[in-house]
Design a protein around this ligand. Structure first.
Ligand code: G
Ligand code: MN
Length: 425
């Protein structure tokens, strides 16, 4: 490893040896130290497409970037394939948190290797010497536990170790898993609608159907959490059927209120899409709920295209045969192979909110946004810009041709009756 920065890069063995020496030496015993356990998510998935060692190149690139954030008193090592441990010497809780945030920040920047752009995510767990332990292996485990907690149960990317963190979320998860099926039926899981604005037509032309869970004990649970629970407990089917039922009910009310030319977008889990009985299920749902394909869109994520097989092409064509639109959600955040756009029958790109946030202040974001819109236009793909929050952002997005806007600036997600009121005026 060729690092020019004034940082100690050690192999794992020497790193732990150094820590042990550090924690047992009488002279340094009272010096506060932090361990940051960093794991990068899913790097191996790139290998299949880009060659065997691209994850290694990414790791090198990222470790270089992380090393630049460290000082000479700090040390860095790699443990397993996609993990680092950093020792921040003479630290404080605040300085460890600051470093962790800076790491997350540099990870958020796209990483360019061999002309490809990669978006990497990471989780960081932090343990503190001597608060969480005075022994190397205990402190490393504590930092790792905190990192795993971040990955499993938390929306944050950073966590400090604490004694409750290992067992507590488990109980909560088990409880949520067992409550989930009833929640679909008893209305705890409910749906909001976030309308999408066409600049060209100067009106709302569609809405995304968003699931929410208001748990009697835990309050609002994030969709990321409960959708992953649904996947683990085999409840994706019932949840998707509920979405169809909800869409059907919404269209009945639209009709009664004279609202036409309006579409609803439904988030479809990869698990639902790749189920072996997908074809029959979709035929059944369209017929059962008397929906016209033109009225609905399926939002799918880039992740599913990764595992593309002939069956996925068939599945997407099946969807198209019902005239259901296909939207690629959160575009630009995950795995971006532009080839997919030409290969799969995609109707709409939903450019992720991270490109829109501060687009008025950040010329690089504007340039990326511009490139995505140009590309979509060339492929005859509609663009939806997500997460427009301010009039300044709106102004920039609007300056591009024929974009549809979704974001708090135009409307937050609202209940069906509120949506209908909005559409009637
Ligand atoms: O991944 P997907 O694009 O389906 O996620 C949509 C989520 O983004 C919804 O939960 C919605 O509430 C949220 N959202 C929609 N518009 C905005 C916005 O303008 N700002 C922020 N921060 N979130 C938004
Ligand atoms: Mn979506």
């Amino acid at each position: 490893m060729n690092i020019q920065y004034p940082v100690q890069y050690l192999d794992y063995f020497h790193f732990t040896e150094m820590l042990t020496g550090r924690f047992t030496d009488e002279n340094s015993k009272n010096i506060f130290t932090s361990l940051l356990f960093v794991e990068l998510h899913d790097l191996a998935r790139f290998n299949e497409t880009f060659g065997l060692s691209i994850d290694e190149d990414l790791m090198m690139n990222i470790s270089d970037n992380i090393a630049q954030l460290l000082e000479s008193k700090d040390s860095l090592t790699r443990t397993e394939n996609h993990q680092f441990i950093i020792m921040q010497n003479h630290s404080s809780k605040q300085s460890a948190e600051k470093l962790a945030k800076r790491i997350i920040h540099i990870l958020a920047e796209p990483c360019v290797i061999r002309e490809h752009m990669f978006y990497i995510q990471g989780s960081i767990g932090i343990s503190l010497y001597p608060i969480d332990g005075t022994d190397t292996s205990i402190l490393i485990k504590a930092a790792k536990d905190a990192m795993e907690y971040v990955q499993k149960d938390n929306k944050e990317e950073i966590a400090f170790f604490n004694d409750n963190l290992v067992s507590k979320p488990c109980e909560k998860t088990i409880r949520m898993m067992s409550d989930f099926p009833a929640a679909i039926e008893n209305g705890e899981i409910y749906f909001l609608y976030q309308a999408q604005y066409s600049y060209e037509k100067s009106c709302f032309v569609g809405a995304e159907l968003l699931s929410r869970w208001n748990h009697p004990e835990y309050g609002e649970i994030s969709p990321e959490t409960f959708i992953s629970l649904a996947e683990q407990t085999g409840m994706v089917g019932p949840l998707t059927i509920k979405l169809f039922d909800t869409a059907f009910h919404a269209f009945t009310l639209f009709k009664a209120n004279g609202i036409t030319d309006f579409s609803l977008s439904i988030n479809i889990s990869p698990m639902f899409l790749t189920a072996s009985n997908f074809d029959e299920t979709i035929d059944f749902l369209i017929e059962q709920y008397d929906l016209k394909g033109e009225q609905i869109n399926f939002e799918i994520t880039e992740e599913i295209l990764l595992k593309h097989t002939d069956t996925l092409i068939n599945t997407l064509q099946k969807i198209k045969s019902h005239n259901i639109g296909i939207e690629l959600d959160d575009f630009g955040t995950g795995y971006t192979s532009l080839r997919h756009l030409a290969y799969f029958p995609i109707d709409t790109l939903k450019i992720d909110q991270s490109f829109v946030r501060n687009i008025d202040k950040d010329i690089k974001k504007k340039a990326l946004f511009n490139a995505m819109v140009d590309m979509a236009n060339a492929l005859d793909i509609q663009v939806i810009a997500e997460g427009i929050e301010t009039s300044e952002e709106d102004h920039i997005v609007k300056s591009f041709n024929s974009i549809i806007a979704q974001g708090y600036f135009h409307t937050k997600p609202v209940r069906l009756d509120q949506l209908i009121e909005k559409l009637k005026v």
